[in-house]
Design a protein around this ligand. Sequence first.
Ligand SMILES: C[S@@+](CC[C@H](N)C(=O)[O-])C[C@H]1O[C@@H](n2cnc3c(N)ncnc32)[C@H](O)[C@@H]1O
Length: 348
Amino acid sequence: MSGKPFEDCDVWEESKSNDNLKQSSFSFKKNLKNKTKTKKAKKRNHSSMEEDVEAGKYVRAPNYEPLDSLIQDTPPNQKKDKKKRKYEAVDKSNQSSDGVTPEKKKKIIEKHLESQKTSNNKANGENVKTFQNKLRENLKGSRFRFLNEQMYKQTGSESMKTFQEDSTAFEAYHEGFRHQISQWPMNPLDRIIKNIKKLPKNHVIVDMGCGDARLSQSVLQKVYSIDLVSNIEGVIESDMAKTPLESNSTHVVVYCLSLMGTNLKDFFIEANRILKLNGIIKIAEVSSRFDNIDTFIQFVQKCGFELVSKDLTHNLFYFLNFKKTHDVNNFNKKIPDYQLKPCLYKKR
Ligand SMILES: C[S@@+](CC[C@H](N)C(=O)[O-])C[C@H]1O[C@@H](n2cnc3c(N)ncnc32)[C@H](O)[C@@H]1O
């Protein structure tokens, strides 16, 4: 039995019936009044008396059904339904043995239904919350994947524009990225930090595409942290193809998972400009982005570097070190364009 009909019944008993009684007696009196007032008129007009009788019938009808008849299934004098009478008898004997009146019973059931309703609401509320959280997470994930793909498929300056036009996009991207790295077996930045720590303390380091700028917080050397948006103190807001750093002024340029964008040539020409001769480029990148590692190495060499070391043994990441051998510039037509494959993340 659902709770609602029972509740309706209660309401009907306490207030509706009283209202009906009032309405009933009011209407009845009104009819009597009308009767005395128009006694003569009635004699004259038989049809008006008919109208009054109809009105009286209508108002009396709903009020004389006793409350007990709502609880009992069948009037006891109906012999044909013996089963129901039996149940009724059991019900009545229960009443007498435990001394619970129908009113008390109703209150108990009402209380029970109310508590059931509350616990159902609670459970529903929790389900809605879980669903909303899931939806929110899905939306966040979708937004991260969208931004990530965009950054791989456009130039650095176009990505900068994307972030300038939507002030929430950079944090949304980084929240998604943090979630991704939390699922990787290693963070390649840890390995780079370990290497930099071994370098002389007077070396000047540039962290291109620094993200949360963890490198600068982890080593003693001077680190210029560059990214498309600066929402962390000390980060220089700049496209890494065109930094405000002085030419031939730095010892190490780091690209940790930051070779995004379609204009890699511009990035390496800029690294060539700001690095001192023999300065080092350190690259950590997702291995699946490389179609052919040799063509990539040849490309970097054309930008004025030579390969110092490579570690291709890790199953997720490649680690490469290059050394600057000579100056190149933007106008060098021998340097071809080069792109790595985008690193697209699966739906969470
Ligand atoms: C995948 S995150 C890596 C962040 C950080 N290097 C790390 O390992 O935790 C790539 C970062 O490179 C930045 N980036 C991509 N293209 C850039 C560009 N053209 N100039 C500056 N930063 C860029 C992105 O904004 C992002 O913060």
